[in-house]
Design a protein around this ligand. Sequence first.
Ligand SMILES: [Zn+2]
Length: 268
Amino acid sequence: MTKQIIFSIIFIFATACSGSLAQKDVEKTITEKVVLVDTIPQIRKYVLAYPSFIAKDSANYIIWKDGTKMIYDDGLEKSDFDKKLNSPDLEDQLEIKYKKGENYSLPQINEDPGRIRFEPLFKKMYGQNSSEVAKNLVTINWLPSSVNKKLRVTKINGVAEKIQAISNELDTLDHLHKYLDNPGGTYNWRKISGTDRLSVHSFGIAFDINVNKSNYWRWDKNPEYPEYRNQIPLEIVLIFEKHGFIWGGKWYHYDTMHFEYRPELFIN
Ligand SMILES: [Zn+2]
């Protein structure tokens, strides 16, 4: 490890502790793969991931810039995965680690990093209802020189700019276009079928790249113990991950065309 890298880690750690890490620095930690194993308290990941909204953490709360306090650990005993999925808190949301990059093994039972979502966090940033979310949507041009489709995504947290950057990079990679030419949609305010939970597509932060090349655990012949299937090349996944998007193909309950913006899961 060079002196420069050691200095960078100390610098990032120091700024992270003071709670003043800017968005661009967070992205730097994502792209430069600076790993801070167990140095950042879990709760602080929200402050670092969403600096436009969350000012700091204090004891068991995250403190929003508008002064709102949101509890981190609700103290409730949740004995199984479904309880965490259906009534999570901010702590549960971070419990299952997302494995960035190409070195990951097939997910174990219920290993679904990012699938547990504390809805009030997303509603407060992206909109409490469909009309509030819609006010923040902008149109991006998906793969303008090949697929050329207009899609609506949120501009909050720079999501639209990030998807446009992903799109521009993918546009130059002809061999990947067949996986990207039939996007299933971005924004859609709805509940996940068969559940009371809002789909993350409700917030305009998710992207389904191609319905025709998709594998989804609910469509498996034995959805209780789904047999993992995937057709999406890792090359596409790595480009999305570089911009803070997790991939549903790394879930036990796999959804392989699905990507969503979840920067808190990229901070170690
Ligand atoms: Zn999706």
